[in-house]
Design a protein around this ligand. Structure first.
Ligand code: F6P
Length: 372
């Protein structure tokens, strides 16, 4: 055996994780290396819960959603143990050495990349693979899971059209995406939405109502409005910005913590907010309004063809990086190819929708409103 490599999946699951694990394993096996999987994200390596990923275990998983290794959101330095959050970084380093690993592959999103950088700085050989349905990881064209989630969200918007039309209603549909609007924007355009609300462009509900009433006056009797779970109104966004500014200027440590708590409370993802938006819109327009929350359906099921392809290409490139001793990097998608990006350029950065993004330009030119 040439090398022994560990692999884990962390953060929220997404379709395509198994395809990536399989590709890493198959390529490494061809180079006579062994792959062992750690269970439940970083918990697995912290508490040394591993499984040898034999050819048999990797067989038949390409098309299966979720992750055969299971996952968790627990961070190396904040791991729950006996009712407390404990720093398990030392235990992770010890288990990495005890298992005689040449590298640890971490497949995950924003949180996972912060943890991966921490472990890189602690001296471990790390290679990461980008995964998130939110599509918000920096320095990669896209991430595993986004395409499947887009399909689910678009299919749901498609289905809402007939019932919206029958009842002449406004249909609000809450779409995941954490603090970004990629999923709502992409599925909104693909699903023929009329208004799309995303966190990057704070909305004015009066403008949204105006657009909906305008449609009504043109004889368009229903409207579809995807709302990203992190979408904020202009006044909410202004309140947050004011607190951020006060926090930045404040020299009192205690007061800064208070500002942070207030900001966290205001930016917390609240799934009841969309019902408030619906009630307000109903009042402003007099049009009957309904809410659909897609929730975890967007992360479930089989990976799409594109996600299987991306996961396989990324997994293979990850194995090549390991065989070439290229560590401390994320394997990014670049066009149809891949590229290695230092973890420092990814961790702690968020890729957001910008006003000049081609999708935004396209949406606006087709008359889709962002309520801004
Ligand atoms: O990051 C993926 C994601 O699905 C987000 O879109 C969403 O905000 C979050 O995870 C939900 O997390 P959980 O599954 O832990 O409730």
């Amino acid at each position: 055996m040439n090398k022994k490599i560990g692999i884990l999946t962390a953060g929220g699951d997404s379709p395509g994780l198994n395809a990536a694990i399989r590709a890493v394993g198959k390529r490494l096996a061809a180079a006579n290396c062994q792959l062992i999987g750690f269970r439940d994200g970083f918990e697995g390596i912290a508490f040394d819960r591993s499984v040898v990923l034999t050819g048999e275990m990797l067989s038949g998983i390409l098309t299966i959603g979720g992750t055969i290794l299971h996952t968790s959101r627990h961070k190396p330095n904040k791991m729950p143990l006996n009712g407390k959050l404990v720093d398990m970084s030392e235990a992770i380093i010890e288990n990495y050495r005890k298992n005689r690993l040449s590298c640890l592959v971490c497949i995950g999103g924003g949180g996972t990349h912060k943890s991966a950088l921490l472990l890189k700085k602690a001296g471990l050989n790390i290679v990461t693979i980008p995964k998130t349905i939110d599509n918000d990881l920096a320095m990669t064209d896209s991430s595993i899971g986004f395409d499947t989630a887009l399909d689910v969200a678009t299919g749901s918007i498609d289905s809402l059209h007939s019932t919206a039309s029958s009842h002449k209603r406004i249909m609000l549909v809450e779409i995941m995406g954490h603090r970004t609007g990629w999923l709502a924007l992409g599925s909104g355009i693909a699903g023929g939405a009329d208004v799309i609300l995303i966190p990057e462009f704070p909305y004015d509900l009066n403008k949204v109502a105006e657009t909906l009433l305008q449609r009504s006056s043109e004889g368009k009797l229903f409207s579809i409005v995807p709302v990203a779970e992190g979408a904020l109104s202009v006044s909410q966004a202004a309140e947050i910005a004011a607190l951020e500014a006060q926090k930045a200027e404040c020299e009192d440590k205690k007061k800064r913590v208070e500002y942070k708590q207030q900001i966290d409370k205001l930016t917390e993802l609240r799934h009841d907010r969309i019902f408030e938006v619906a009630a307000d819109l109903e009042k402003l327009t007099g049009l009957e309004t309904r809410v659909t929350v897609l929730g975890h359906l967007q992360r479930g099921g089989k990976p799409s063809t594109v996600d299987r392809l991306r996961a396989t290409v990324l997994g293979r490139a990850c194995a090549e990086a390991i065989l070439d001793d290229r560590f401390g990097v994320m394997v990014a998608l670049r066009g149809l190819d891949t590229e290695l990006v230092p973890l420092e350029k990814v961790a702690g950065k968020r890729r957001e929708v910008t006003q000049d993004h081609p999708w935004v330009d396209c949406a606006r030119s087709l008359g889709i409103s962002f309520g801004d």
